[in-house]
Design a binder for this molecule. Sequence first.
Ligand SMILES: Cc1ncc(COP(=O)(O)O)c(C=O)c1O
Length: 460
Amino acid sequence: MRELLDNVAQRSARFLKDIQERRVGPSAEAVAALSRFHEPMPGQPTDPAQVIDMLDELGSPAAMGIAGPRFFGFVIGGSVPAALAANWLATAWDQNATLHLASPVSAALEEVALTWLVDVLQLPEGTGGAFVTGATVANFTALAAARHAVLKHVGWDVESDGLFGAPEIQVVISDEAHPSMIKALGMLGLGRNRVQKVPVDNQGRMLPDRMPKLTGGPTIVCLQAGNVNTGSFDPAAEICRRARAAANAPATWIHVDGAFGIWAAASPQYRQLTEGLAEADSWATDAHKWLNVPYDSGLAFVRDPEALRSAMSLTAAYLPQGARREPAQYLPELSRRARGIDIWAALKSLGRTGVADIIERNCRAAQRFATGLREAGYEILNDVVLNQVMVSFGPPEVTTRVIEGIQQDGTCWAGPTVWQGRSAMRISVSSWATTDADVERSLEAMLRVARGVQALTQIA
Ligand SMILES: Cc1ncc(COP(=O)(O)O)c(C=O)c1O
């Protein structure tokens, strides 16, 4: 075992060093070589060292350079060193994070991490939470608590009696809600299509005066902190004020999808973007995005921990139901990995200033990309308020060719999107590892590829 783990540590360190200089997207040859994994189920055992050898030889070159400093695709963070190392140690511990009894260390660190997260994200004191796989499941988990609370308010026990015959729940969301929100609502029986969608402005922010009239029955209003394309925030303070002023306000639940944007609250410089968010009842976010812990790691926060517990609790003779916070009583899973440990390690190593520094450096990098691309004559499609930049390189086919060219060039990686009918490249700066030099190098590569495509287009 010792030799095997030393071997893996060396290989991992080599990978993380190589990824600084290696092409960010894997080469076509590396991806093609993955076909060598497709072999019949082995009849006999293989030496673990050989297993790792094959994994490193074929897998490492084909891994996307997410852990490196110049990956700007989707909204994906890297892993800060303490979180990665803690993740390794916790994996060696092989803890089942389900109960205190099963893993006292996981339960303890989860409690500490929860308190620190509530503090750093400026959420109301006493807020409860669940450590889940990602923001999709965090939205699902928090909305299950919402469904419980708004129906309980009108005398309906949804966990016992289900939704057939239940009072209707009015669900209000943004036209620009992330698809995972819609999916979460669908999974909860609230319907993907029966929700009421509120129109947005040119940055994707909900227009409060276009909200539907709240009927006064059980109501869930969903906000967004950090649009996946623009990085914009719904006007939370105004929407919360309207929702709370409506008839039967106590039966109204306000939920925030803050997969990455809510982390702006950790930065004194960007905190004002999150104004009003603490007025909500629940929040979903990711730790694997801006906190830069290893995948997977999402967080559901609920102001009233009892609502979350009521929605998620389970009973069995062999499961303790004591006074302690039993993690499994607050989330969908029973058995699961100890995600709180990576989060504790990230927060402990970074501290308040370190978290703020990642946010601020990434936002500064986004500004630099926007300025550099704009000065070169390309159109930036969004107000760069956070870490997201959308750039058009001209007609859709030209933009597509530039994006493909940038991905093939390999210096950095960014993906395509369509914003309000216009094709764009989306740059999301979300990694602790990205330095100013990486930004300059990536910008130079983007401009070089874009000019090359433009020259070819003109010749054609
Ligand atoms: C605003 C928003 N909500 C939800 C999600 C889904 O997060 P996850 O992929 O962690 O489930 C994302 C992912 O980018 C997002 O940006």
